[in-house]
Design a protein around this ligand. Structure first.
Ligand SMILES: [Zn+2]
Length: 187
């Protein structure tokens, strides 16, 4: 059996309803995330955090596309309170570099290092948001040679343009990721 990791991307207060950059219905995935994190097939469960300096280039004040969000140490940057921390083995922060977008959790080399150390071959990517950080993290995992699964029962998208999440999943599928919904394969 391939050794597997679950990567929960950016399930943080600012990305859930009430937050600075809320993903519509982003909080709905909490129970499913906890359920997945408890599955025995995962040898390692990682949660990532968007963790920006206050002058990050993705913020509107700096000419970027997004409102200020997930500033290091603020309540908005905390992992969502409904995420069961007892099931998380490691937290990896990303987006600290003021100059890069930080959409992919692999921008922090600690993620790949940890996966390699633990002999992980297959990565299931879930969390927020489907069309940005989930997509880019999953694509980077594929580029680094991991088998990749995205479970849409535990992701939600921003959909700035309608259909962005669907297009992101299509791109992932074309790139070699397996797309599942609650364990059932989506063709
Ligand atoms: Zn961000």
């Amino acid at each position: 059996m391939a050794r597997e990791a679950l990567v929960i991307v950016d399930f943080q207060n600012d990305f859930t309803p009430g937050g600075a950059l809320a993903v519509p219905r982003g909080d709905e995935i909490a129970d499913r995330l906890n359920e997945l994190a408890g599955e025995s097939r995962f040898d390692l469960v990682i949660a990532t955090r968007d963790w920006h300096p206050s002058d990050h280039s993705s913020f509107r004040e700096q000419g970027g596309p997004w409102p200020r969000h997930c500033v290091q140490g603020t309540p908005g940057a905390k992992l969502h309170p409904r995420l069961d921390r007892s099931r998380i083995d490691a937290v990896i922060d990303k987006g600290q570099d003021p100059a890069t977008e930080g959409y992919s959790a692999f921008e922090n080399p600690e993620l790949e290092q940890l996966l390699r150390e633990r002999g992980i071959e297959r990565v299931t990517v879930v969390g927020l948001a489907t069309d940005y950080c989930v997509k880019n993290t999953a694509l980077d995992a594929l580029r680094r040679g991991f088998e990749v699964e995205v479970d849409t029962s535990a992701t939600r998208g921003v959909d700035v343009q309608p259909g962005d999440s669907e297009r992101a999943l299509e791109e992932l599928r074309r790139s070699g990721a397996k797309i599942v919904a609650g364990g059932a394969r989506v063709p």
